[in-house]
Ligand binder design. Structure first.
Ligand code: ADP
Length: 512
């Protein structure tokens, strides 16, 4: 199958979060299954032409959005160590910036124009490259406009009409909401500023446009697929999602087993693998030294995250006094909300013997924390999939998580039964509260004293299979269905006037 990924970030070229990991790893798994996968993304400042061996394949490609015409180029590279082509839309006024979506914590004011130009460039440049996809796989609000154009104005375009569209929601909290005056920047007919289209409470909602128009929708874990149909987690779009529940599938993210492998990881002080974990103790000592923490034999807990409300920093800071009274050390790596930066910096100064805080994006340190920590804390308010808990298990680091979204789907709580069955992999708590978080950490501290029990948890985690292979097969099934839906949409109604199962909401792919 020929599959085009349109994504706003892709590892190793540009990354702010899990979307980039998925867009970098899933194509490799699809290619291993024999599919012809290609990607297209914006060329940000970080995408260095020399470093990635990029070649210009399209010059002076004009894209008109609203009142402006932007001239783009398209460069071609490869996902490193693979033959997978990646096309980069080069439009320096819009993308030659350090941030992907923000500058110093504030969204760029021209984000709608930026991702509308990118989406238009996808739709107008791909037909010029001598290759026709059968499916376009888009991701989050930034590329939702691709689905909106293919679902509506371009639905009978000769090049695109039979191409299935799939939209993956990586995080429903980011919807691309813009004032109604910006409508001309979408390049969509005004009639689509409506309840059936992109209008949402009087504003433009980019993600809603994708949710309403894509042939199929996926999200990144089965539990999150259910949760987003509820008011608690649906971020206002629960009704839209419930109305498309038959088109919505939850597929758990995998992890890149080469990028996250303690046996080969170049960032680590020592290597280890299932059955031979001695190197993990060396990584722990190296982490304590690097973080200027005393080399005590206590439970070292890692946290790596965007510092956003979603990630549970508020209940963590509420619990901090009680946490710091326990025999533990905590290493935090994160960037995000400046208010959390200030709070964490103040806490690090107060508890310098037990808490170290690194306020930056640092991939090597992320690997060192995953390897050097004994446990990994994710007290998320909501978590579509979460990758770090899976990286942690692969690195023999025991996750402590809240039972929500993908965390609920991947971590099995320690209990007498799960221990007996050998399925326990971590500590799971229910309530979104400082107290529940604290109790879970206390359970981990107690288990850490029991060498045999802790060893069993480490081993069970390292044996989990979170590879992309299974999920990639699930995506292929979704792609196939999207193509048949698209074909059914286009076929004429039967002579008796009744519809033939081609309506966008009709086929049986359910997230219930
Ligand atoms: P989200 O996509 O909500 O940010 P995920 O757990 O799905 O959360 O993915 C986060 C990814 O970003 C992980 O690979 C994590 O290691 C990485 N990450 C987050 N913050 C940092 C940071 N400050 N430095 C390095 N890596 C980070």
């Amino acid at each position: 199958m020929r599959i085009l990924f349109a994504a706003s970030e892709v590892v190793p070229f540009a990354k702010t979060g899990g979307l980039a990991d998925v867009a970098g790893a899933l194509p490799k798994a699809l290619q291993a299954l024999g599919h012809d996968v290609r990607l297209i993304m914006p060329r940000y400042r970080a995408v260095d032409a020399k470093q990635f061996g990029l070649k210009k394949i399209l010059d002076r490609h004009a894209v008109s959005v609203g009142a402006h015409t932007r001239v783009c180029a398209v460069l071609e590279g490869r996902i490193p160590k693979t033959p997978i082509p990646v096309y980069f839309v080069d439009q320096p006024q819009l993308f030659d910036r350090d941030g992907l979506y923000q500058d110093q914590g504030a969204d760029f004011p021209d984000n709608l124009e930026r991702f509308s130009v990118f989406s238009q460039a996808v739709l107008s440049a791909i037909p010029k490259l001598g290759w026709q996809p059968q499916v376009v796989h888009t991701h989050d609000w930034q590329t939702s406009l691709v689905c909106a154009h293919l679902g509506w104005p371009l639905s009978s375009d000769r090049f695109w009409q039979s191409v299935g569209t799939v939209l993956t929601v990586h995080n429903l909290a980011y919807q691309g909401v813009f004032p109604p005056e910006s409508w001309p920047l979408t390049n969509l007919p005004k009639a689509l500023f409506s309840i059936e289209g992109l209008e949402f409470y009087g504003k433009i909602n980019g993600l809603k446009g994708g949710l309403m128009s894509a042939d199929l929708l996926t999200t990144v874990s089965p539990t999150y697929a259910k949760e987003i149909q509820t008011p608690e987690v649906g971020c206002g779009l629960e009704g839209v999602l419930a109305s498309r529940r038959e088109a919505l599938v939850g597929i758990l993210n995998g992890i890149d087993p080469e990028e996250w492998n303690p046996k080969t990881d170049a960032a680590l002080a020592a290597h280890y693998w299932p059955g031979e974990v001695a190197g993990k103790a060396i990584c722990k000592l190296a982490l304590q030294k690097q973080q200027k923490l005393p080399d005590h034999h206590v439970l070292v807990i890692g946290m790596i995250q965007r510092l956003a409300e979603q990630k549970g920093i508020d209940i963590f800071t509420q619990a901090i006094d009680a946490l710091m009274a326990l025999p533990i050390q905590i290493v935090i790596l994160g960037t995000g909300d400046p208010a959390y930066h200030d709070k964490l910096q103040a806490l690090a100064a107060r508890f310098s013997e037990k808490l170290s805080v690194n306020l930056r994006f640092d991939n090597a340190l992320a690997h060192q924390i995953e390897a050097g920590a004994d446990a990994f804390l994710m007290p998320s308010r909501f978590e579509p999939c979460g990758l770090n808990q899976m990286y942690s298990m692969r690195f023999g680091t025991v996750p402590i998580v809240r039972r929500v979204g993908g965390l609920a789907d991947t971590v099995v709580d320690v209990s007498p039964q799960t221990l007996q069955h050998g399925t326990a992999t971590g500590f799971v708590f229910e309530d979104y509260s400082a107290q529940a978080l604290l109790e879970a950490v206390k359970r981990a501290v107690a288990a850490f004293r029991d060498h045999e029990l802790w060893g069993a948890l480490v081993r069970a985690g390292m044996q989990q299979d979170f590879s992309w292979d299974r999920s990639a097969r699930d995506y292929v099934a979704v792609y196939e269905r999207s193509i048949s839906r698209r074909a059914a949409r286009r076929s004429p109604p039967p002579a008796d006037g009744s519809r033939r199962g081609g309506h966008a909401h009709s086929s049986a792919v359910a997230a219930s």
